[in-house]
Design a protein around this ligand. Sequence first.
Ligand SMILES: Nc1ncnc2c1ncn2[C@@H]1O[C@H](COP(=O)(O)OP(=O)(O)OP(=O)(O)O)[C@@H](O)[C@H]1O
Length: 238
Amino acid sequence: MVIQPIVQCDQLTKRYGKKYALNHLDLSIPAGKIVGVLGPNGCGKSTLFRAITGLIAPDEGELRVLGQPPGWQTNRHIGYLPDRARWYPRHTALQAFEWGASFLPGFDLEAAKTFAAYMDVDLEMSLAGMSKGQEARVMLILCMAREVPLLILDEPFAGIDFISREAIISGMIDYLEDREVSILISTHDIQEVEGLFDYIVLMDQGKAIWSGESEELRGQYGSLHDVFRTFYKREWSR
Ligand SMILES: Nc1ncnc2c1ncn2[C@@H]1O[C@H](COP(=O)(O)OP(=O)(O)OP(=O)(O)O)[C@@H](O)[C@H]1O
């Protein structure tokens, strides 16, 4: 069953003191898309993801995820990679995936192993011995190997080098081709990943300043690099 829209925000607001992390955000994200949630540091991307996964309660406004208010019922159907995610250092990658298979709804151990082979992850290596980029791959696999309708990946490519990032992204595109899944991805690595997105949300100061099909955005403004120049002049001129 495909739920339209996958995420719906009406006047969604989250304040920290006087600071608006989300400022009366209106946003409707259709299902079945790979969505780039983009914008400068501090514009509210992670806060939006935390609200979607029920980790923070909004101060005002309405949020519906998979057609319902966020909570444990919706979280069963969401694979979430938080920013700054870490795993238990003494575990090996395989132990992390076996944990996933026993605890995470919809986790497919064989898919995780296939991803690991593709992403060059040594299953027997402990996470303590891994580089930042290797650990980031394990964390990404823990989310991607789940049969769920919604994946939320907050900065999944941070720490992964340019060459590996391209390989991982093309692997993701192959893997996702036949699956009915919606993915929200925040990233600052816009140039490498631009081919991945079919829908874009541009955020600034807690609001969505543009959202729509990436082809439409490219048609109007050119590459994502040019889009950033157009929409975030304030940032670029600093
Ligand atoms: N727990 C918190 N306490 C106080 N302020 C917070 C908290 N969480 C977020 N903020 C503030 O809310 C704003 C939005 O933060 P958020 O982490 O959502 O931005 P972001 O777009 O994910 O940024 P980045 O690209 O740097 O990861 C920022 O000004 C941040 O300082």
